[in-house]
Design a protein around this ligand. Structure first.
Ligand SMILES: Nc1ncnc2c1ncn2[C@@H]1O[C@H](COP(=O)(O)OP(=O)(O)OP(=O)(O)O)[C@@H](O)[C@H]1O
Ligand SMILES: Nc1ncnc2c1ncn2[C@@H]1O[C@H](COP(=O)(O)OP(=O)(O)OP(=O)(O)O)[C@@H](O)[C@H]1O
Ligand SMILES: [Mg+2]
Ligand SMILES: [Mg+2]
Lengths: 256, 256
């Protein structure tokens, strides 16, 4: 299953979800490829890849029709990563003028998709060509939402964008389904957070994952040790929350 | 003085800074225009503008050479706002093929800049044409940085982008100067935060504003009441932190 982790709202936990969901799915025995489609390269650097020092990145893979994505895959423990770096900003600019600009990633994943049970795609906080490529390449979308006021408004905007992408002429296949809305950075003690969680559940009902990801400083610390939370502190609540979400994802994938 | 509030890292406090710095500068007696260059329209909605129901937005202003920005300025208390909404995503796509694509905002601000002491520009979490337009139109830049691992890395990327923009052929005038790096979401109790603050101060020395913005739930609550923190709870630490930063900005502006 190919899953986009997307939301144009910044800082809502896209990278933290991409990294820790990938790690959790791998721990549960699944073959996982994490594709970093964010020019910041945050997912890539979390797995210890020096993004300023790699020979190529997703930028070259998307722009060169003859370059197989397998030449940009690093094996890090039980996870495979296709990294990015800021060059991807220039690729997005150049893609604007190219043929099949929204389906480049979809084409590239064709050669490797059978080697993995899950392909997880981390996206930048925008709805430009990089996120559109991820949506067109995916069967499902997970939308991380932190419990802030701006994020509540942002869900509607992102869902509207998914509709737009699917209506545009380039899009021929089936539409990516919303696998779920994942509440992140949740804290029991925070009244605003509880109120926002209530509103999201009331508006989106079963689309919301049963396990909210609780605020846990170890989730924020793990990347500076170049680890997923599961590696850094497997007993931490953040790590166990992502393990629970991974189980929900597996269950949803089986139903398809 | 025209100031860009920018950083491609998502969720680092660009909107919270744009809104509360504008409010603080206005409380201190200055004439302020807040330009929302983020398609999410978060700054606009914070001042009670229904972004789905406005006759035009920055999108139309940027695309139509004959449309004066003054027709897209709302007066909200002692602040003026030039709002945006998700249409700005399409404007960014269309700008790619247009003449003078990086200096559209600079041109539009020429007709109103003398009416204001400060023009504050909120940016999306990206370094595409919208942020480039803001940089080209500005004399200075404030870079909000939350005390997370990914943000530390993001500063270098954003500074490199500012260099890039200024080297490109379209850029004829003087380069925007870095007015300062503003530490946001800071909490005394958080060890990682203290460590990151130390690293930012060591690397950027006097560029770092003396007043870090402390984490304060009232800063996150204020937008849901369609207020700045100063209006919502003027005695809160978040409001007073932004008042202090506004004083630093005024002092730096006087020196220029
Ligand atoms: N559950 C959590 N508990 C504590 N900190 C968290 C949690 N989830 C994310 N964070 C921290 O919040 C910040 C934002 O998260 P992250 O960078 O994953 O968001 P993002 O959506 O990928 O951001 P961007 O929009 O820039 O891509 C990071 O510093 C991260 O470490
Ligand atoms: N000092 C603070 N204390 C508490 N909450 C804060 C503080 N600053 C920002 N926030 C909250 O953190 C979240 C992110 O802030 P904000 O939306 O201003 O960041 P941004 O950089 O504008 O995000 P984007 O990249 O999406 O434009 C918001 O929910 C906001 O209310
Ligand atoms: Mg990210
Ligand atoms: Mg913002």
């Amino acid at each position: 299953m190919i899953i986009t982790i997307g939301n144009q709202k910044g800082g809502c936990g896209k990278t933290t979800t991409s990294v820790n969901l990938s790690a959790a799915l791998a721990v549960l025995g699944h073959r996982v490829l994490l594709v970093d489609m964010d020019p910041q390269g945050n997912s890539s650097m979390t797995f210890g890849i020096d993004i300023e020092d790699i020979p190529m990145s997703m930028s070259e893979v998307l722009l060169d029709p003859d370059l197989d994505i397998k030449y940009n895959i690093f094996k890090k423990g039980n996870i495979h990563i296709a990294p990015s770096n800021p060059n991807l900003n220039y690729a997005e600019e150049r893609l604007h003028t190219m043929e099949g600009k929204v389906s480049r990633l979809k084409e590239k994943l064709k050669t490797v998709r059978d080697h993995y049970d899950f392909i997880i795609i981390d996206c930048p906080p925008s709805i430009g060509l990089l996120t559109t490529n991820a949506l067109v390449a995916s069967e499902s979308v997970i939308i991380p939402v932190d419990v802030g006021f701006y994020s509540l408004v942002g869900i509607k905007q992102f869902l509207a964008r998914i509709e737009d992408v699917c209506k545009s002429s380039d899009f021929t296949d089936s539409k990516p389904e919303i696998l779920g809305i994942l509440i992140t950075l949740y804290s029991e003690r925070n009244l605003l957070g509880k109120e926002i969680l209530g509103k999201v559940k009331a508006a989106f009902k079963d689309l919301v994952f049963k396990t909210p990801i609780r605020r846990d400083i170890r989730l924020a610390e793990a990347p500076s040790h170049l680890k997923s939370a599961l590696e850094y502190s497997w007993s931490a609540r953040g790590a166990s929350d992502y393990l629970e979400v991974a189980k929900e994802v597996i269950k949803k994938a089986k139903k398809k």
